[in-house]
Design a protein around this ligand. Structure first.
Ligand SMILES: C=C(O[C@@H]1C=C(C(=O)O)C=C[C@H]1O)C(=O)O
Length: 256
């Protein structure tokens, strides 16, 4: 059972700490993806011809990788959500006793379709330069690991919401009973935390993405692997709002 003291894996502080660590993974993922140009063949519907498969190369890579990772047990963790949950094979590994802190409704909360759309339609065009270097499989693999990092961060909203609910059920319950989306959104929002997150992510993008040179004379024209404002825009426009959307959707079902 969960209690609200700090040091607990599921206190609001420790849940926020987990989100801070996930920022690193996302920033590294952005850096890794920028090593390749746009490589548009990776995303074209008619580039590959495989009997019985209809879709782009990135879909082919993601669906098959997810099937393999499902067998290896990835989606037994309540922190992981597949992009293509339809027809995943069962795990071949024994199950691990993950702490069950979430309401059972959490299992069916998956907004990866929106994340997928945002990633390919909005984020990638901001992030990569146009070009084609033929490394489509590697490009798809780096898309997948970045997508997984972003998805894990956004769906972590389930844990954030559960902890917030347990810390003040008296505030949340009436709003949930009234199915008051807006009221819930207001109650779970902390503007000052969001601002800190955005600033820290931009700083991480700046620091982790810095070109390291041994013979630099002055630090004024340090080169960056990608535009750090892309990272803060990613958070501001999509990651934070979608994390809050997950929190609201989770809470709306919390008393079912
Ligand atoms: C994740 C939280 O909930 C909301 C969403 C945030 C985010 O996605 O970074 C930050 C603050 C809150 O408005 C939180 O309170 O930490």
């Amino acid at each position: 059972e969960l209690s609200a003291h700090s040091g607990d894996r599921y206190s609001l502080d420790s849940v926020r700490e987990a989100l801070v660590k996930q920022e690193d993974t996302i920033v590294y993922g952005l850096i890794e993806r920028t090593k390749f140009p746009s490589n548009s063949h990776t995303y074209a519907e008619n580039y590959i011809e495989i009997p019985g498969f209809c879709g782009s190369l990135v879909e082919f890579v993601v669906k098959n990788t997810e099937a393999l990772q499902a067998q290896a047990g990835r989606y037994q963790s309540p922190e992981e959500n597949p992009f293509f949950p339809e027809n995943l094979p069962p795990p071949i590994v024994p199950s691990y006793p993950f702490t069950q802190i979430l309401h059972p409704g959490a299992a069916s909360l998956n907004i990866n379709k929106s994340i997928w759309k945002m990633y390919f339609q909005e984020l990638l065009p901001l992030l990569v330069t146009s070009g084609d270097d033929g490394n489509y499989a590697q490009t798809a693999a780096s898309d997948l690991s970045l997508l997984q990092a972003i998805s894990r961060r956004i769906h972590y909203g389930k844990f954030v919401a559960e902890v917030k609910f347990r810390e003040s059920p008296q505030d949340y319950e009436p709003l949930i009973r009234a199915q008051d989306r807006e009221g819930l959104m207001k109650l779970l929002t902390f503007e000052s935390v969001e601002e800190m997150v955005r600033k820290r992510v931009e700083k991480k993008a700046m620091v982790f993405g810095q070109e390291v040179s041994l013979n630099r004379v002055d630090d004024t024209n340090v080169k960056h692997k990608f535009d750090p404002s892309v990272a803060s825009r990613l958070y501001q426009k999509w990651v934070i709002p979608l994390t809050k959307e997950v929190q609201v959707q989770y809470l709306l079902r919390r008393l079912d």
